[in-house]
Design a protein around this ligand. Structure first.
Ligand code: ADP
Ligand code: MG
Length: 242
């Protein structure tokens, strides 16, 4: 497998708060990476560094030039009163990075949107304006947009926020299907869901640590001994740590 993302000696501080200490990471194409760890551990910061929203204080981030990133940030932070329909939001995700002054969407584009909305069980919302959606519905629309876009790397920061348990499980089923042709980085507290799809689990608390054993993830995440499913989890999916 080929390496498409590489962090070398990368660190980041918000003024006087050092969120990420010098760290190295290598991600191969079509891996699904789960990022776990305590609140304030630096998970969102790492994702923002990867997307270029924040510049590293030290070190270097290399991303293969053929890769295109879709990013769903933690929390939803845009003007929901912007008059745009669900269909349009997802269609806009199909635009190439170079925006042309006039873009007509093709039948194929519309079919992709239709298929993705159907996949996520939100086809009935297609003509709704986004200010008529619940927080959970809006999150699904953003996920549909990320799925429909031609991106090769999907970065999701706590995507199940605002989704009920059933919708969250459905979302993970969709991500499982996407694994074969997208690289996925996902931050989540729903450990039982992400461990099912992750090829690698990385624990972040200022530094990055690849988890080796289910036992170790239990200790680090402070989940206690009663989480039996984690003990049964395939150890091969929790890869080696330096
Ligand atoms: P996580 O996503 O793991 O909860 P974050 O990456 O959001 O953690 O935060 C890492 C650290 O950086 C925390 O100590 C947090 O308080 C701090 N931090 C995050 N965003 C900002 C900001 N905009 N300004 C200052 N400090 C921040
Ligand atoms: Mg966060």
């Amino acid at each position: 497998m080929s390496e498409i993302i590489k962090l070398e000696n990368v660190s980041f501080c918000y003024d006087n708060i050092c969120a990420i200490e010098p760290t190295n990471l290598s991600i191969e194409k079509n891996q699904c990476i789960a990022l776990v760890g305590p609140n304030g551990g630096g998970k969102s910061t790492i994702l923002k560094l990867l997307t270029g929203l924040l510049p590293p204080k030290t070190g270097k981030i290399s991303i293969d030039k053929d890769e295109k990133i879709s990013y769903i940030a933690q929390g939803i932070n845009f003007d929901k009163n912007f008059p745009i329909t669900v269909e349009r939001v997802v269609l806009l995700g199909l635009l190439e990075s170079k925006i042309k002054p006039i873009k007509r969407f093709s039948k194929e584009d519309k079919a992709i949107v239709e298929k993705t909305l159907k996949q996520l069980n939100i086809l009935n919302l297609k003509k709704r304006r986004i200010n008529q959606l619940s927080g959970g519905q809006l999150k699904r629309v953003l996920i549909a947009r990320a799925i429909a876009s031609k991106s090769t790397i999907l970065i999701l920061d706590e995507p199940e926020d605002g989704l009920d348990k059933k919708s969250s499980a459905e979302l993970y089923q969709e991500l499982e299907k996407l694994k074969k042709d997208k690289t996925i980085l996902i931050v989540s507290h729903r450990i039982e869901n992400i461990l099912k799809i992750a090829d690698k689990v990385i624990y972040i608390n200022k530094t990055l640590k690849e988890l080796k054993e289910p036992q170790e993830s239990m200790q680090l995440l402070n989940l206690g001994e009663n989480i039996k499913w984690l003990k049964q989890y395939k150890t091969t999916n929790l890869c080696k740590m330096q």
